[in-house]
Ligand binder design. Sequence first.
Ligand code: PBG
Length: 325
Amino acid sequence: MIKRGRILRKNKNIREMVSENKLHLENLIQPIFLISGKNKREKIKTMDGIERKSIDLQIKDIKKMISMGIKSVIIFPSIEENKKNKNATEALNPKGLIPNAIKEIKKQFPELILITDIALDPYNSDGHDGILHNGKILNDKTVDILVKQAILHAKSGADFVAPSDMMDGRILKIRNNLDKENFKYVGIISYAAKYCSSLYGPFRDALNSAPKSGDKKTYQINPANSDEALKEVIEDEAEGADMLMIKPAIFYLDIISKVKANTYLPVVAYQVSGEYSMLICSSKNNIIDLDDAILESLLSIKRAGANLIISYFTSYIAKKGLIKA
Ligand code: PBG
């Protein structure tokens, strides 16, 4: 007997009835790039369609996003070169760009889920996520600073802090110290399996944060490995992470699946800047249809096992109604 699988693909209603995965705006998170000043916006050369903006302009955008059904943003600062130094001290400035942005955004939109990135690269004149000393990244000294950065963000009103630095032991120290400071319900989304990827280039362009020397191979994971990623994820869960992130997404779907099979925590995937720009550039060259490719890429990430996806397309998707709220 022929098995007629096409019966279940016969028309749109049937296909939707048996659809195994669905995208929801509630599961998408929009990254936002901030600059200081007022009424300022700057294009990013390698990320067509994304701009760095001052807090006042980002607040206008967020208002629109919320009205379209978006529930969460993650914020990143572009820091002036003259504020960067080898100890990344601007990361701990209570009047700095991120603490101000958190306060302003939370004042206007208390319900918005606000996530902040914990790492030193935007503030570090060496461009690394940790403190560089004699050509080496100092793990424990970096973690001490990250703990203070996380407390500052929590004090300012962040809902979740997301350490993206890949130092050892940072989740445990951040959790213990948040609790000690009575931020018991500020959560931690750990960039648990963050690979040393070629796909972060446009992001480093957006923040002007590329490493001035060397690469990030002594802390980010080797793309050849998957056991190592699982080990990192399991450790971060034991250290107290509330959600586990895999990054990038599309080149690492196998990792997303394996992590999903090994945890009961929500799994987050970051569709990074290079993934965004690859899709944008190929659609600009009439190689692929942008909207179809965006939805296919996000569905694939979801099918692999991600509960949440950080994507630069979030706001575009909502605006074009590609996913209904
Ligand atoms: C920095 C950080 C990076 C990203 C998020 N946080 C870049 C890096 O590790 O060099 C990448 C995001 C993207 O490419 O969209 N700690």
